[in-house]
Design a binder for this molecule. Sequence first.
Ligand SMILES: *Cc1c(COP(=O)(O)O)cnc(C)c1O
Length: 396
Amino acid sequence: MQVAEIEQMDKRFVLPTYGRQNISITAGKNARLKDSEGKEYIDFTSGIGVVSIGHGNERLASALCNQVQHITHISNLYLIEPQALCAQKIVQNSGYDMQCFFANSGAEANEGAIKIARKYGEVDGEMKRYKIITLEHSFHGRTITALKATGQEAMHNYFGPFPDGFVYADTIDEIASLLDDHTVAVMIELVQGEGGVQPLDRQKVQQLAAMLRQKNILLIVDEVQTGVYRTGEFLASQLYDIEPDIITLAKGLGGGLPIGVVMTSKKEVFKAGDHGSTFGGNYLSTTAANVVLEVLHAYKESGILDEMMLYFESKVTACQREFPELFLESVGFGMMRGLRMHSADALANLINGSREEGLLVLKAGKNTLRFLPPLTITKDEIDEGFVRLKRAIDTL
Ligand SMILES: *Cc1c(COP(=O)(O)O)cnc(C)c1O
């Protein structure tokens, strides 16, 4: 189909919730993409942090083909071998004494986390503690409750009434003063992704974790974007050297298949019937996740992941130094990087200009150019991407 035809059909039949760019990507190999008109791109987005082992991964393709030929879905009423294996891998990689529940997305994983916290706050069937504190500029998803947990007032227009019991702290420093007898949990991203690639201070996070532990208030870390090696360690929680009570994962875990996980050390909270999902953790999504976890574990062990992350960082910081009139500062960790820009208009122009030069990049917050490349991006692909970014800068 011609791009114009797809565009017309999309406008006619799909609800207009996205500000879409009118290209149609039809194939990819690692960090290189091709659209329906044969134009090539370098991918610094990985489908918003999802395609962690690159496009067109052959191991993933053959594992999925093989699985589909046997069984795709059977429901959680029966044992699912790849789900059990996936949970084992996640728990072992984390080093935490936890168990997993499988969902289908980040928002859904966070809903599970909130349900665990709320039930934990019950005493003898009575809701004693229910308040959950989240941060300003956070992003936790689009379902009604995850949206309410999201500390961005502008996103709360229209959809009320919302579930009660969410309180927003301006900064991590303000959290302590908001804790009261009704507080059951604090939920944070260690690096705010959608909010603008904003890492929290490591020492402050450690102090917060220690204080919460002392008060028996749960720490929920939303690792939907930071998890699965995005910041260099399997979990950003490991990078920050903390032990959360509940962690959520999603984006990079399935290599493109929809999957979400909530894992917790509070294994006794959920009883049979307290939570569930029709699709969650089915054969297909967990088979994909198992390939992703194997590929990335080996990649991390080999040292190449760390090497490429350092290389990517050096290119981002060099870019900031070369164009200080455009870029205020370089932010982020690992393969979760951003360039804070002086002007939001220049950012919009740069995203469009990059696409025209054959480079896909993202926006975060109001004025941050965001890079979330596949974790398996090669040196050549990184080099080519920055050549194209500079060409786009030259045409601004
Ligand atoms: C993307 C994201 C979500 C929402 O994930 P969905 O799969 O879109 O529901 C939640 N939390 C964080 C930190 C995210 O980056």
